[in-house]
Design a protein around this ligand. Structure first.
Ligand code: SF4
Length: 85
């Protein structure tokens, strides 16, 4: 799970904006203005359900010196939507 969903900077953060782009999801903010300090992005390959499909790539921020806990920040910005995984 990406730690950004519980970070107060999530809707202003340039690193999270990149993660959204890689996942092909709608951006929280088209013009993020916050540069985080040393985010560590973990990239993992997920095997396809069947051999005809391509493997999926997951991008998650797992550590970041700028992380500032605000539990449920993403969910408050996007009520009634599924949390990105
Ligand atoms: S944890 Fe870091 S990369 Fe993620 S939203 Fe917060 S400041 Fe940005």
């Amino acid at each position: 799970m990406c730690i950004c969903v519980d970070c107060k900077w999530v809707d202003r953060c340039k690193a999270y904006h990149s993660v959204e782009k890689q996942h092909g999801v709608r951006h929280l903010n088209l013009s993020p203005d916050f540069e985080p300090n040393q985010p560590v992005i973990h990239i993992s390959l997920i095997d396809p359900q069947n051999e005809k499909d391509l493997a999926e790539i997951e991008w998650d921020v797992q550590d970041c010196k700028s992380f500032s806990l605000e539990s449920g920040r993403w969910m408050r910005l996007r009520p009634n939507q599924t949390l990105p995984s």
